[in-house]
Design a protein around this ligand. Structure first.
Ligand SMILES: Nc1ncnc2c1ncn2[C@@H]1O[C@H](COP(=O)(O)OP(=O)(O)OP(=O)(O)O)[C@@H](O)[C@H]1O
Ligand SMILES: [Mg+2]
Length: 228
């Protein structure tokens, strides 16, 4: 069963945007797709539709019910902080072993024809609890990764640093997407070319800023072809 873990070089770089685009693209091709965002911080139940959970549910054409929200994102926290800090504000912590078991169960129970995306949280080494980061989560699952980066000034170093860490842990980067940062003066194509030179042989795909998230873009078709 094809499953990918969607990680990023930081928060707000486009992980959810890329994932929802990919879901729409694959569904338009008749594939059955599922997606999870197991940990979400900055979650307000009164504005669930605009959360990552709500955005993924919409792309999956699933209803925004309490059950579905819980299915996609079992660990939800109100504060817009890293999961360890956000959970602590509520006197909680993310149970790392349960997170791994939950993710593995999702991968194992997806039907053979399904495609599954698990969106991480923030960047590659965001703390999940006092002892684990997203890197430990990815290491436990060993899924191929979709690495998402922005196109802002500074992204090349952030991206190559993330690649270096992932490679040291023998994690597979199936594709790298540079999702254009709003109001960045750095040309997307030049950023993609520079990252590709250093990231070789990883496939690097540039996704321009889209006015409408429901519209498809050839870059997403290219990404889907790279993955499947
Ligand atoms: N290529 C793009 N075109 C248009 N909007 C984009 C694009 N990439 C990202 N965005 C927008 O930028 C914002 C941040 O993107 P997104 O929420 O996907 O980041 P993220 O990496 O998932 O963040 P988080 O760490 O909070 O999960 C969102 O409003 C999203 O719609
Ligand atoms: Mg997100």
């Amino acid at each position: 069963m094809p499953a990918w873990f969607v990680t990023g070089t930081g928060t707000d770089v486009g992980k959810t945007f890329v994932t929802q685009s990919l879901i729409r693209h694959l569904r338009s091709q008749g594939r059955s797709v599922d997606a999870l965002k197991p940990i979400i911080s900055g979650f307000a139940s009164t504005d669930a539709a605009h959360s990552d959970t709500g955005i993924l549910l919409k792309a999956l054409t699933r209803p925004l019910t309490a059950d579905e929200i819980h299915r996609i994102s079992p660990w939800r926290f109100r504060a817009p902080l890293s999961p360890d800090m956000a959970a602590a504000r509520e006197g909680k912590s993310v149970p790392f072993d349960a997170l791994i078991a939950h993710s593995r169960h999702a991968v194992e129970t997806c039907a053979a024809t399904d495609t599954l995306f698990i969106e991480g949280v923030g960047g590659v080494m965001v703390p999940i609890d006092a002892r684990h980061t997203v890197l430990d989560w990815m290491n436990a699952l060993r899924l191929p990764l979709i690495l998402v980066a922005g196109s802002y000034l500074g992204t090349i170093s952030h991206t190559l640093t993330a690649i270096e860490v992932l490679r040291r842990h023998n994690l597979t980067i199936a594709a790298l997407v540079v999702s254009e940062t709003a109001d960045s003066h750095v040309p997307l194509a030049d950023t993609v070319a520079a990252i590709a030179r250093f990231a070789n042989p990883i496939k690097v795909i540039g996704l321009p800023r889209m006015a409408d998230p429901t519209l498809s873009h050839p870059a997403i078709g290219d990404l889907a072809t790279t993955l499947l």
